[in-house]
Design a protein around this ligand. Structure first.
Ligand code: GTP
Ligand code: MG
Length: 197
């Protein structure tokens, strides 16, 4: 029941996350990719996760409850240029630890602006996830910014890249737009699959 989602808590780091009960799915991606917007679109609640034109808005790990023991997690965006190098490194460490150690994590939704897919940080996240056999679902966000043809070719190119890397059983992809609400049902299906015990 994504519509009934409620804010649960914020954590400044992986070490202060809620207890490992139930199941969760995390939303990751570069700053400004549209993570918080996607969570709001999914839950039909524009006020649930804070969105911003300024990259780096979400600096805490935010937990949202979507049912008894079912959570969505809004991770801080990575690759935000204005953040000091030391802080970036700490984020990276936090993110990789979270992926490796969070036992209740069922899957990772990885958001990328459809106009700039598969940047360095995106590949790094995919590598970390694949290493621990964590399924990844790529959202090519802001699909409204491209015409249907170019949007589809980008999607096919990303899928091809995953096939070439031999990880297409673990890494799936779709187009998504919070603005036009495209791809919402596909995303809901994936999340339901992951969050069903
Ligand atoms: P951080 O918290 O900084 O990591 O960013 P975020 O990934 O949570 O991005 P956020 O959801 O705050 O969105 C960033 C900007 O992109 C905002 O100005 C949004 O309005 C815009 N945006 C998000 N989704 C879409 C979309 O589907 N289409 C368009 N055109 N703009 C979008
Ligand atoms: Mg955000």
């Amino acid at each position: 029941n994504f519509r009934g989602a409620t804010f649960e808590q914020s954590a400044p780091s992986i070490h202060q996350c809620p207890p490992e009960n139930g199941l969760e799915v995390a939303f990751a991606g570069r700053s400004n990719a549209g993570k918080s917007s996607a969570i709001n679109t999914l839950t039909d609640n524009s006020k649930l996760a804070r969105t911003s034109k300024t990259p780096g808005r979400t600096q805490l790990i935010n937990f949202f409850s979507v049912g008894e023991g079912q959570r969505l997690v809004d991770l801080p965006g990575y690759g935000y240029a204005k953040v000091a190098r030391a802080m970036k490194e700490e984020w990276q460490r936090n993110l990789s630890e979270y992926l490796q150690e969070r036992d209740c994590l069922q899957g990772l939704v990885l958001l990328m602006d459809i106009r700039h897919p598969m940047q360095e940080f995106d590949s790094m996240m995919i590598n970390w996830a694949v290493e621990v056999e964590m399924p990844v679902h790529i959202l090519l966000t802001k699909a409204d910014k491209l015409k249907r043809g170019p949007a589809n070719s980008t999607l096919l190119a990303v899928r091809k890249q995953m096939q070439a890397a031999g990880v297409s059983d673990l890494v799936t992809a779709q187009c998504f737009s919070s603005l036009k609400r495209t791809g919402v049902d596909d995303l809901k299906r994936k999340l339901t699959e992951w969050l069903t015990p």
